[in-house]
Design a protein around this ligand. Sequence first.
Ligand SMILES: [Zn+2]
Length: 260
Amino acid sequence: MKKLIDGLQQFQTGYFSSHRQLFEELSHGQHPRILFITCSDSRVDPNLITQAEVGELFVIRNAGNIIPPFGAANGGEGAAIEYAIAALDIKQVIVCGHSHCGAMKGLLNLSSLEDTMPLVSNWLKHAEATRQVMRDNYGNLEGEELLEVTVAENVLTQLENLQTYPIIRSRLHQRNLTLHGWVYHIESGEVLEYDAVSHDFIALQSEIRTPEPEYNFHPTCPVSSSKSFPVPPASQSKGNHRQSVPIQTPLKNGGLASRN
Ligand SMILES: [Zn+2]
């Protein structure tokens, strides 16, 4: 505790003093540009890994960077999402999983949690789709590989859960919101982003590609070409492509190996 108190004093005399004007401005209101949803894990620090300034990220954190589907839980996540989009007019959402995630390890061994951590076990039910995807499609994986792909698949699950929220659906329809799926690697500092075009997690690029990737529709719901049913041709959503995702496992050297 002493270390924290010393740190607080250091913050007040150092960083705060040299950024006094910024904090004065922030005292009148916040204008974050990004809703950043990530795990509670102490090794993941959104502001540190993005080098974002105070006031730039609106953050939701919980075990496993999970977003319960709309109506499934009366928790804080839905309220924070609604506030971020409706009140703060945030137009970019990032769901960020991470390597060595304890919550995802728990998801892979859910039955063992029921007695020892019943609340965690119950919470992880909001990632049941991830568990089933892994069980049905990745039976050949084990150990670290299994965990890495689970983390990535869970990011996609939570991007889909996110889209069950009316405010999210509406803003996507207006093409006024972009969803991003990230996986942060604790051991390398690397971040991979889900790419809707290649259906893969790839090294994050700083340049915004233009044009943005085309909206990929659900393969079982082909979009009619009839003009009587106009659909926005290039919605910026990146997170609803579960069926055709050839998840690739990021290797320790930063390369990619197909695991489909
Ligand atoms: Zn985690």
